[in-house]
Design a protein around this ligand. Structure first.
Ligand code: GLP
Length: 234
């Protein structure tokens, strides 16, 4: 993992957006897997600013949603769907037909995972993933466990994950989530991991520890040959 140290969140966001913008200019049909949450928002906003007047550049990108809260209405403001639509698909004019995602309110969650797993297999290798680091070390919704799951699956969410700010306004917290699996993530060609703020210091140390620990799923990124960590934590 290559650690790239920046002075603050703004600079992380600008630099990650610069990298992604250049990559799309080189390969307009890029397949990108996206995390949601508070960390990547600045990057997506900076990317949208760069794309203003140049939206056609992104018209051929295919976007894959990393994860989703289970059981909430698809277009609920707390959903990852809503977030990606707002911060990525709309500002970059990416047609919905090029968006691959778990349906938050799918009637049959197992069947939904199978459908997305097949779509991921068709798209593979995915060119780029923009990821965030969960407070408990989760990657997408690959939660700490004695063993991790390779492909798209339903994940039982920990109490800590249910406290995430995206769902803080919900009276009933999602008990499960949908997520890409660890093998699917490790097969992505290039990973940009975004980490910002003192509250992630301990987590970053575990991330950089260099051992794959299923109790801290993000540490599995040490097995990947091309991860850039954008951080403001020395
Ligand atoms: C949530 C999201 C993940 C995200 C993680 C970190 O669980 N589902 O995709 O990477 O939290 O979030 P944050 O950036 O808000 O700390």
């Amino acid at each position: 993992m290559k650690k790239l140290l920046f002075p603050d969140y703004q600079t992380i966001s600008e630099s990650a957006a610069d990298w992604i913008f250049k990559r799309v200019a080189e390969k307009p049909e890029l397949t990108i897997c996206l995390a949601t949450g508070s960390t990547p928002t600045g990057t997506y906003e900076a990317l949208a600013a760069r794309a203003k007047g140049n939206e056609r550049l992104f018209a051929k990108c295919r976007v894959l949603k990393l994860d989703e809260w289970g059981g909430i209405p698809e277009n609920h403001p707390a959903s990852c769907q809503y977030y990606i639509q707002k911060y990525f698909l709309d500002p970059l004019s990416i047609p919905k037909s090029q968006f691959i995602s778990f349906k938050a309110d799918a009637a049959d969650p197992e069947k939904e995972c199978k459908r997305v797993k097949e779509q991921i297999a068709e798209l593979s290798p995915i060119d780029l993933a923009v990821l965030g680091l969960g407070l408990n070390g989760h990657l997408g919704f690959n939660e700490p466990a004695s063993a991790l799951t390779p492909y798209a699956h339903i994940a039982e969410l920990s109490i800590e994950t249910q406290k995430h700010q995206m769902v803080e306004g919900l009276n009933v917290k999602p008990a499960f989530g949908y997520t890409m699996g660890m093998a699917e993530l490790l097969q992505v060609r290039k990973i940009i991991m975004l980490v910002s703020g003192e509250h992630k210091r301990e987590q970053q140390e575990k991330l950089l520890h260099g051992k794959a620990d299923p109790q801290f799923p993000a540490s599995f990124l040490c097995l990947h040959p091309d991860v850039d960590l954008y951080t403001d934590l020395p």
